[in-house]
Structures are given as C-alpha cells and as structure tokens.
Design a protein around this ligand. Structure first.
Ligand code: NAP
Length: 291
C-alpha cells in the first residue's frame, strides 16, 4: 500500500517557511505583489486565478487583477504588460494560459520583463533552467521536485519517466531531474513514443502530465514505483454539485496497492504549484533575479 503524498500539507509547510522572508520584506516597506491577467472567461482559468489570488491574500501578499474580454487584441495585452513591466509596485506578472487563439502566447510571454517572470515561462527563465543557472523555476515542475524531496523519494540514479513534453511541465521537469543535484536518469515520453507501457514499466519514478484521465493503469507500472500525477481533468459526474469531478492522468484506485508513493488529484501537485508561485513572487520582490 502506497504512502499517499499530501500536497496540501507540503504546501502549508512552504508557506510557513515563507513568513520570515515576507516579514523581512515588510521591514523594508515591500509587499510582494503580483499582477494577474486573465483574458476571456475559460472556467478552469477562472478557478485557477481565483485560487492563486486567494493564496496570495492569505499569505499577506498583494495581487492586482486585470480581466480582459475574450475579444481583447494582442496589442492591448502587450501594452498592459509594458505598463506593468514599468510599475515598481508590481513585482511579478502572471498571464493565465491558455490565451484565445488570436493571441500569440509566445509573443505575450516574451514581452514580460524576465525579472518579473514568476511563472518561469520566459525564454530567459527557460534558458537559465536548462543551463543550470539561477532563475525563476516554473511552478509545477518545481513543486513536483519539492514533493519528491520532501517525501525522501530517492532521485540519484533513479529512472524517472515523464509522460508529456509541454513547456510548462514535462520539458522543464526533465531538465530539473537530470541536473547533477538530482542525478536521475530521465526518459521523456509523448504521443510519438512507441510502446509506452514497456517504458513506464521501467520507471522508479513515474510522472504523468498528459491531460488524459486515467491513462496510466496498474499494468503500466512496476511494483514499488513512486507515481506523481500532475494531470487535472474535469470528468462529467452527475452526482457532483458542479456536474463534474477532477481526475488525474493516473488510475489512482488501481495503482495505490502497487506503488510506494502516489500523489492524489486533487490534493497532490495542485497546491504545490500555488505554493511555488508564492515563493517566486517573494523572490521577485527580493530582487534576486534580474533576467
Ligand atoms: P499539454 O500542453 O496538453 O501537453 C500534453 C503532453 O502530453 C504532450 O507532450 C503530449 O504529447 C503528451 N500526451 C498526450 N497524450 C499522450 C499519450 N496518450 N501518450 C503519451 N503522451 C501523451 O499539457 P500540459 O499543459 O503539460 O498539462 C498536462 C496535464 O497537467 C493537464 O491535465 C493539465 O491540466 C495538468 N496541469 C496541472 C497543473 C497543476 O498545477 N496540477 C499544472 C499544469 C498542468 P505531444 O507533445 O506529442 O502532443
């Protein structure tokens, strides 16, 4: 029977440790503040933005909310970002993804001042990550790494198999785990991977970030593997108040007997993503990284 990873408890521990840093900033008259930009009304995005702003408020950090209509132009969004880049009271800028299809996410991310890139998606932050230099780490991969460390899951020499190569999860996580400090051997899988199960069965650590509910089944893992489920999928459920429930990329019930550690959805990686965002906003206010 697996140890069930408690992402909420791990996130609270991080938030607790952040208090001293926030107090030191307050003494200098600084309240770390994040500008949160949401374009349109994607229901999942609205709920993520709400959760982030709530966490910032609870931590005593500031947030300024910018809601743009779905029809907003790329030019309007870029001018808002230029204003926020120049605003000394804003330490971090977060543009909630996905953006409507008429707006180029790459152009928008590239317009953010790298010193305010608390999501860690800017090419400068990604470059620093790949080169192993200091910089903002993207929140979800960083959160996964902290969870693995917190639970003492051995990384050195372990075979970590990651499902999904997105720029926000799989790709940066592969780089982090392959760093000398972690020393894992990493395999990065995607839709072009042949015979996925034969690879996942070799994993000491399996991390699923594909966005396919229940894709990873018990027959795809070896006995005693540690499994981290990044997936957040809304599956219809007439019994649920909202008409859906959240499900991960992993068949949790099927895997819980076979794994050594497993993270649930919700309550696993999600809270860590938010906790790492708060860390990055504090770091931005401390002025550690200048891009
Ligand atoms: P994404 O951009 O859609 O990327 C999905 C990746 O999975 C792609 O690389 C895709 O391969 C791969 N993939 C899809 N189906 C596959 C299959 N059957 N076998 C192997 N690989 C497959 O997704 P994302 O933004 O990384 O998000 C992934 C999941 O994590 C989603 O459920 C999302 O909601 C969740 N998420 C959670 C958090 C959190 O805080 N908990 C944060 C971010 C994302 P190709 O590259 O070949 O298309």
């Amino acid at each position: 029977m697996a140890v069930i990873i408690d992402g909420r408890a791990a996130a609270l521990k991080l938030q607790d440790r952040l208090k001293a840093r926030l107090a030191a900033l307050r003494e200098r008259g600084i309240v770390p503040s994040l500008a949160v930009i949401l374009v349109g009304e994607n229901p999942a995005s609205l709920s993520y933005v709400g959760a982030k702003e709530k966490a910032l408020a609870e931590a005593g950090m500031g947030s300024r909310d910018f809601r743009l209509p779905e029809a907003a132009t790329q030019g309007e969004l870029l001018s808002l970002i230029a204003e926020l880049n120049a605003d000394p009271l804003i330490h971090g800028i977060l543009v909630q993804l996905p953006l409507p299809p008429h707006i180029s996410e790459d152009s928008v991310i590239a317009a953010i001042d790298p010193a305010k890139d608390v999501d860690g998606f800017h090419p400068v932050s990604m470059g620093n990550l790949v080169l192993g230099r200091p910089g903002f780490l993207p929140c979800t991969p960083h959160g996964v790494l902290v969870l693995l460390r917190d639970y003492g899951i051995p990384l050195a020499g372990a075979h970590a198999v990651i499902l999904g190569r997105s720029n926000i999860v799989g790709r940066p996580l592969a780089n982090l785990l392959a760093r000398r400090e972690q020393n894992a051997t990493v395999t990065l899988c995607h839709t072009g991977t042949r015979d996925l199960a034969s690879i996942t069965r070799q994993a000491d650590i399996l991390i699923a970030a594909v966005g396919k509910p229940g894709l990873v089944t018990a027959d795809m893992i070896k006995e005693g593997a540690a499994v981290i489920d990044v997936g957040v999928n809304r599956v219809p459920d007439p019994r649920a108040k909202k008409g859906y429930r959240l499900r991960g990329d992993v068949d949790f019930e099927g895997l819980v007997q076979k794994t050594s550690f497993i993270s649930p959805v919700p309550g696993g990686v999600g809270p860590m993503t938010i906790a790492m965002l708060l860390q990055n906003v504090a770091q931005a206010a401390e002025g550690v990284f200048h891009g």
